[in-house]
Design a binder for this molecule. Structure first.
Ligand SMILES: *Cc1c(COP(=O)(O)O)cnc(C)c1O
Length: 401
């Protein structure tokens, strides 16, 4: 056994370790540990660091060793400390450690799974929907998720958000008066230094037709110490500013993450979550429900549950679509409506997010709807007669135009 840590399986909080127990970090001061920049400088990027934290499985060995010419591996010490040192099926390990399967390319895999390039009028902008855009400001993340939909661009360490590229992207938003919502993404926008992020937000806020700004981030989960008083005081100047946080598994909800989310929520920032449905990680209704409940307790409103995109080398993460539908079915009626995200497929090739729902409408003939409830009991609903007549005439083409 090569464990660098003196742990028995299951002897800790879900396999989570106290960082001092790991030889790699035994001399790290708490000042350093809780410093987000120290965390970034000391990310786990090599096999010989990882092998001091966990006992790598053969599949992980192969994945890590083959990794260089693909999306890089990087794991913050904080996130790595959540890994179970002995269980390769650990939800944290599976998310950030390349496995052998990542080398397999399925015939359905796509380099640009959601067809973002063709909807990109200028570098750094994806404009698919009439009234809102994505603004990609960096290709860096604190940790690289092995199922990343943007693996074609992340981790290359090319700045997107600087100089003339940023000017062109912002000027695109300025010129398009229909854009009322800008979603800053990447990479992870919260990896930018405070001043750079503030500069971008300041420029966006000056655009009169931009009603709201959103930031898509995973930092509160993989690098919760990024949420500093300073950062929060910057963000709250730009309301209405929303944050969409990428969560995957209840094991991610630690006291550090709870603190980060509380700080953000206390600053009046509406928090939403985005979760990718992942095979053998969060594809059990019980696991998902636990996550969703933990999110609500932190004032994070579940927003989207994504069917895993067809990104290169990610087939081993994909479940069937029906798995997702059945999870939603097991939530609706059984838990708070607030806990239930929209289950969507981001259409391959670029059609946007398409909601996939359990079917509760059994039939609709004329004014009569036959519905089932969450317990499969049957109910009838009748539409108003007047509406019904309009709908019929519309169908017959009488009122067209
Ligand atoms: C997801 C996404 C958005 C935001 O969509 P919402 O449904 O409003 O959250 C905007 N543009 C692109 C290209 C997207 O992929």
């Amino acid at each position: 056994m090569r464990f660098a840590i003196n742990l028995k399986p299951g002897s800790t909080n879900g396999g989570r370790m106290d960082y001092h127990q790991c030889s790699l970090w035994k001399n790290v001061s708490s000042n350093d540990w809780y410093d987000w920049e120290w965390q970034l400088r000391n990310r786990i990027v090599r096999h010989n660091e990882l092998s001091q934290i966990i006992n790598l499985s053969p599949s992980e060995e192969a994945g890590v060793m083959a990794g260089h010419n693909r999306m890089p591996m990087a794991i913050t010490p904080y996130f790595a400390s959540l890994m179970d040192p002995v269980d390769p099926n650990c939800s944290i390990r599976r998310q950030v450690i390349p496995q052998q399967e990542e080398l397999n390319i399925s015939s359905y895999d796509l380099v640009d799974p959601c067809g973002e390039e063709k909807d990109s009028p200028v570098q750094g902008i994806v404009h698919r929907y009439p009234d809102r855009v994505l603004l990609l400001v960096t290709d860096r993340c604190a940790a690289y998720c092995r199922y990343c939909t943007r693996r074609r661009i992340v981790g290359a360490h090319e700045d997107i958000a600087t100089g003339s590229k940023l000017d062109a992207a912002i000027s695109y938003i300025e010129k398009n008066k229909k854009i009322r919502d800008c979603l800053i993404s990447g990479g992870d926008p919260l990896l930018l230094p405070d001043d750079q992020l503030e500069a971008i937000l300041t420029r966006l806020r000056k655009i009169p037709h931009l009603e709201m700004i959103r930031i898509g981030t995973r930092a509160p989960v993989t690098l919760p110490f990024r949420i500093t008083e300073k950062l929060v005081s910057i963000l709250k100047k730009f309301h209405p500013l929303y944050l969409s946080i990428h969560f995957t598994h209840p094991k991610e909800i630690t006291p550090d993450v709870q603190k980060a989310c509380n700080m953000l929520a206390d600053a009046g920032i509406p928090l939403g979550s985005q979760t990718v449905l992942l095979k053998n990680i969060n594809d059990k209704a019980q696991t998902m429900k636990k996550l969703l409940h933990e999110l609500l307790k932190m004032r994070v409103r579940p927003y989207y549950l994504y069917q895993c995109d067809l990104a290169m080398g990610t087939e081993h993460f994909r479940t069937s679509v029906m798995t997702g539908v059945s999870i939603i079915e097991k939530l609706r009626g059984y838990t708070s409506g607030y806990a239930i995200p929209s289950f969507v497929i981001d259409a391959p090739g670029g059609g946007g997010k398409i909601p996939i729902n359990p079917n509760y409408v059994l039939s609709n003939v004329k004014d009569k709807f036959v519905l089932r409830n969450f317990q499969n009991k049957i109910y009838e609903y009748y539409e108003p007669q007047a509406e019904q007549q309009v709908a019929v005439r519309e169908k017959e083409g009488v009122l067209v135009g």
